[in-house]
Ligand binder design. Structure first.
Ligand SMILES: NC(=O)c1ccc[n+]([C@@H]2O[C@H](COP(=O)([O-])OP(=O)(O)OC[C@H]3O[C@@H](n4cnc5c(N)ncnc54)[C@H](OP(=O)(O)O)[C@@H]3O)[C@@H](O)[C@H]2O)c1
Length: 326
């Protein structure tokens, strides 16, 4: 069922399309525009109309690629984009650049990509309100804001409608404090990385097989090749948890990707689950997750086998650096 934000009235489908790979780049490799066109068209045809991008994704090429794919169907889409440069003085220029790349004159949801202590919350949110008042943005959101950062933001602006956060079976930190605060303040959650970038798509038979790109998260030890955190990680516990999830999926005769997406979707505080969808085969499978209704018993089973990892990893929702979300 679509979820509606109380402030702007913006409506989200259960699943949104994560567009980080669009335009291609070092992180995700090549991404054909023809695949993007096909995913975007098929998603819209199936009622999936939310697309999540960012100015920072592939140096603006993700926005450009999405703009090309949506060109004749802009009015059907709900576009979320983000700015990484939150200098209040240049924010409106950042937005103009995004609008140009997206070939549109408004963005449905404009988000701050990561908290940045350099700029005072009151100036930042006043600049965001200015662009909203100018009609260029329908709703304002943040990403990766912890309890302290969200509380500071809410003091100066009660119009924050979204907090976009990492949330999946192996990354449940937000449940401890952030999710209850969002619920209390009627802030919708856009859940990103529901597949932990493919790890929850049952791709790897051994923990050592997980490539550097996906093993830089805080779940892994810090001497992994692309690691950017300094914590000890929780590799053994994580792998044991994956084995238990795999077991449940086999019993249910369902692919791990489907149950992983459906589990996030079942959580009432989540407005929309963002899945990085690179081609129409992935979309076709992920649409099955949208239509799959997870039973309360199965949801609880998955809750139970992943709780130990959540307890071991704690309430820090920054799974990349460990230091940015407070
Ligand atoms: N605000 C933030 O700070 C932030 C951070 C991260 C992500 N995000 C947003 O959230 C979106 C989703 O996160 P994500 O893309 O990083 O991770 P994800 O959705 O957990 O995983 C995406 C990857 O999973 C694979 N995949 C997708 N569907 C699959 C299926 N049915 N079966 C098997 N594999 C499948 C694809 O791998 P292949 O590459 O092999 O095709 C895809 O690249 C992003 O695109 C972005 O929009 C936001």
């Amino acid at each position: 069922m679509d979820k509606i934000l109380s402030g702007s009235g913006l409506t989200f489908p259960a699943m949104g399309i994560g567009c980080w790979s669009y335009g291609g780049g070092n992180y995700w490799g090549l991404q054909a525009q023809s695949d993007v066109d096909e995913v975007v068209g098929t998603a819209l045809d199936n009622g999936i109309n939310f697309f999540d991008t960012a100015a920072g994704y592939n140096e603006g090429r993700s926005e450009e690629s999405l703009g090309i794919a949506l060109k004749s169907r802009r009015q059907e889409a709900v576009i979320g984009t983000k700015t990484g440069d939150v200098n209040p003085q240049t924010l409106s220029q950042q937005l103009e650049s995004s609008l140009r790349r997206l070939q549109t004159d408004y963005v449905d949801l404009y988000m701050v990509h990561w908290p940045n202590p350099k700029y005072p919350a009151d100036e930042l949110f006043e600049s965001l309100m200015q662009i909203k008042r100018a009609g260029k943005v329908r709703a304002i959101g943040v990403c990766n804001f912890g309890v302290k950062q969200l509380s500071e933001g809410l003091v100066v602006n009660d119009q924050i409608e979204i907090n976009q956060l990492c949330y999946n079976l192996l990354s449940r930190a937000i449940e401890v404090e952030i999710m209850p605060l969002c619920k209390q303040n009627k802030i919708g959650i856009l859940a990103y990385m529901p597949l932990l970038q493919g790890i929850l798509a049952d791709r790897f038979q051994r923990v050592e097989d997980i490539p550097p790109q996906q093993s830089r998260f805080r779940h892994f030890r810090p001497n992994r090749e692309m690691s950017i955190h300094r914590e000890s990680g929780a590799e053994t516990k994580m792998w044991d948890t994956i084995e238990q999830i795999r077991h449940i999926c086999r019993d249910e005769n369902q692919p791990m990707s489907r149950l992983s997406i459906a589990w996030v979707m079942a959580k009432s505080a989540v407005s929309c689950v963002l899945v990085g969808t690179r081609n129409v085969d992935e979309l076709t499978e992920n649409l099955k997750a949208v239509n799959y209704v997870i039973s309360p018993e199965l949801e609880q089973k998955l809750d139970k086998v992943t709780l130990g990892l959540r307890d071991q990893m704690g309430s820090n929702a920054d799974y990349f650096w460990a230091t940015r979300t407070h």
